[in-house]
Design a protein around this ligand. Sequence first.
Ligand code: FRU
Length: 436
Amino acid sequence: MKWLILIVLTSTILACSKSKPASESSQETVSYSEQYRPQFHFSPAKNWTNDPNGLVYYEGEYHIFFQYNPYGTVWGHMSWGHAVSKDLLHWEQLPVALSEYQDRITGDSTMIFSGTVVVDKNNSSGLCSGPECMVAIYTSHVHKNGEGILQHQSLAYSNDKGRTWMSYDKNPVLSIDRKDFRDPKIFWDNDRTQWVMLAVIPDKFTVQFYKSTNLKEWSLMSEFSDPQNTSTKIWECPDLYQIPVANEPGKMKWVLSLSRNGPAHSYSEMLGYIGEYDGTRFTASNAFAIDKGKDYYAGITVNNMPKEDGRTVMIAWANNWAYGNLIPTAPWRGAMAFPRELTLRNVQHGDTKQIQLFMNPIKELESLRGKELTNFDSIDTRHFELEAIVNTAKIDDLVVGLLKAEGKNIVEYNVAEGKVFFNRTDIGVFSSNKDY
Ligand code: FRU
């Protein structure tokens, strides 16, 4: 039997209205009234953004840096935009942290591509003016006449909680003389007291692992590639983190995530591997899609989460290279997916068990809940949270007529298949783009 839930519902539905805009900008003010302006997700006041960069918690603030074009609403002049938040919900946009510059050696124009920020707690780099400071490790993208010629990894550091940044005077710190070599993600390996960097060789579908004691000198430890990989999509934005298996106390597993992209019109997506990391090398036991939707790319986890917190939180770009430069928003283009908490659970599949990654919106989202409503007639906002309890013994197909456009249902839950569908083909917004 097919059930249709429209906007009038039973008591099993709980809806909450939203209280206030989730992001604010001191550099430029966002009115939050623009058409399509995300109310819960981070987006810059104006201009283009792609990947989140340098996600880090430090002294009571979460920092998001982001691939930013300060001059327009399409990709270009890549720099690091910057915003801070106390709760991962309400963001205050700050001035650009790292801007494109001329390469110290070649004099060629250099863009600031994706990377990480770490808190150098013991001043291992010697760059801190006090006992500790923030260090950014990013890809310098050297280019001439619109063509990339070299990518290498460089450092910048901040002694004032990320408000101003100095470029390290001996950049780059890691070069393999390659046109494509990028997206360093760094974490502190406490067991071996060393920094570990992951970076990709995109067109070789390879993640390289480096180690360092001072963030300045790096030596190669190992490489990871997937012998089963048959895709020709290039690899970008790797990350590695250890997560407890929630239903097996004491057990931890490592997750390697990465993004892959192109060629044109095949969409960009994130990929994950669950496995083991022995301090030198990562070995995968299974591969999976991080998100089956189209708009989750270049996700990385937040470094230096408060100790008492212990969560693994990921933020990704809510867009896709197949149409990212075309989505019809102004005066900005690009937004981040809502922060997600990553957890692992061992799940029974027939006779076998498999450790799987789960993602949930971070619990801070609940603080935006307003009034609880049980009757949809009284909803006067486009932003609400819907909680539905479905008795799957009685139905095999559920259609939630939310976001109902031109008579078509967009969100569907197929009970038999256990799948939720989000179909935006005919929503009338940007439907002309076939990739969207
Ligand atoms: C991923 C990516 C990265 C690169 C950045 C450039 O979306 O292509 O590999 O560092 O964007 O903006």
